[in-house]
Ligand binder design. Sequence first.
Ligand code: PXG
Length: 483
Amino acid sequence: MNDISNALHLDQPAGTRSTAEWQAADAAHYLHPFTDFKALAAKGSRVMTRADNIYLWDSEGHKIFDAMSGLWCVNVGYGQQTLVDAATAQLTTLPFYNSFFQTATPPAIELAELLAEVTPPQFQHVFFSGSGSEGNDTVVRMVRRYWDVLGQPERSVIISRRNAYHGSTMAGASLGGMADMHAQGGLPIPGIVHIDQPFWFALGRGDHPQPLSPEAEQASRDRFGLEAAGWLEAKILEIGADKVAAFIGEPVQGAGGVIVPPATYWPEIQRICDKYGILLVSDEVICGFGRTGNWFGCETMGFRPDLMTFAKGVTSGYIPLGGVMVGDRVARVLIDQGGEFNHGYTYSGHPVACAVGLANVRLIQREQLVERVRDETGPYLAEQFRAMAQHPLVGEAQSIGLMGALQLVKDKDTGECFDSSLSVGMVCRGHCFGNGLIMRAVGDRMIIAPPLVITREQVDELIRLIRYCFDLTLADVRQRGWI
Ligand code: PXG
């Protein structure tokens, strides 16, 4: 990038280069997250240049249906002027001040107050971070500090689940249960252990059984929910309850493949945590701010966490912000007996991020987006997904609120899956991407989490697109001889 023509480009406003020029500069300098750098450089990135409502446009002018809300975060959709205005006003008045030295800023105080209002009643306090990963680092520090202050420092182990996603920092990736992440960088850090996930389709239905009647399947799911929660109790007994600080889980696993646990699971997890006095942490980074049809996923799944991590939907991704809601049980100990908590980030309570958070939460309230997901678009999507379950490639269709998964299978009757080395999910994702639809593939599970502003008509449009891309995928896998 040393010649003059390229240097001139740097002075031009974004969006003025050709796609090939963007791709060349991207490949030369930009290391993308979770990416095979060499493979992407050979192929070239798709460059997104603008967005409105639930649609994106790339540098070639293609319009794309964003069924993933950016990355599970643009809950209010793109182009919301009130969020832009809030950021602009705060940037003009006070672009930054910290909260370290007995200082605060009005947006951070007001957002803390508003979060206490929209979260379940046990939450009256918040600790801000810059992201979900940082929020989960705070969780690790905070739960261990809690037991320290109570004179039980040996209670330090945190139990999480395999295939969970809790972020990409050392603590976040350790809490997460992604084997590929643990394989790099010496993870998990000590004191974090994992149990299996409540994933009925993979772990609870046995080997390729004949299709069950709806009643038999429901009974099987309910039984499995209790069994999967029982793995927590077994792990607690194995470690010793006096060593366990907390259990953490996403109410519905997102990045793991939108795995909706059986209804029996979380109430039983709650009972077990209560029985042994273990702190219960809900990672609401994806499920928070309306995604599941309530403000928070723990409300949908029926449990009462002591701590709640949030990020993404708090600002609808317009600007980075995360944090931890601290329930009264922990807050009272840390405030009344804890002294100084030696932890915090430069951007804890960043005034511009908090101003955007305020505008975003107020917009969700004003537009009654949570109620809309709960009463209208969520149930409508569920109905459409039930119909999608008839597609020859779909072995399981699950949705809750506005998050959903369609499991691709080789044999619909037996539920037999494709050989994972074929990467059928990626083949399907390619057809989606090529036809103006962003859908994530997690293995062979195709997942969606569209913006909460989506209308019924747009759900119809989404289902039409999914059906079209699944038909293309079916023809493709047949042609390759995989079916
Ligand atoms: N917890 C959960 C439940 C998440 O989903 C994080 C924590 C970490 O948040 P930050 O802001 O540090 O990224 C997340 C993030 C995917 C994908 O492929 C999902 C996330 C991030 C990146 C990719 O679905 N979730």
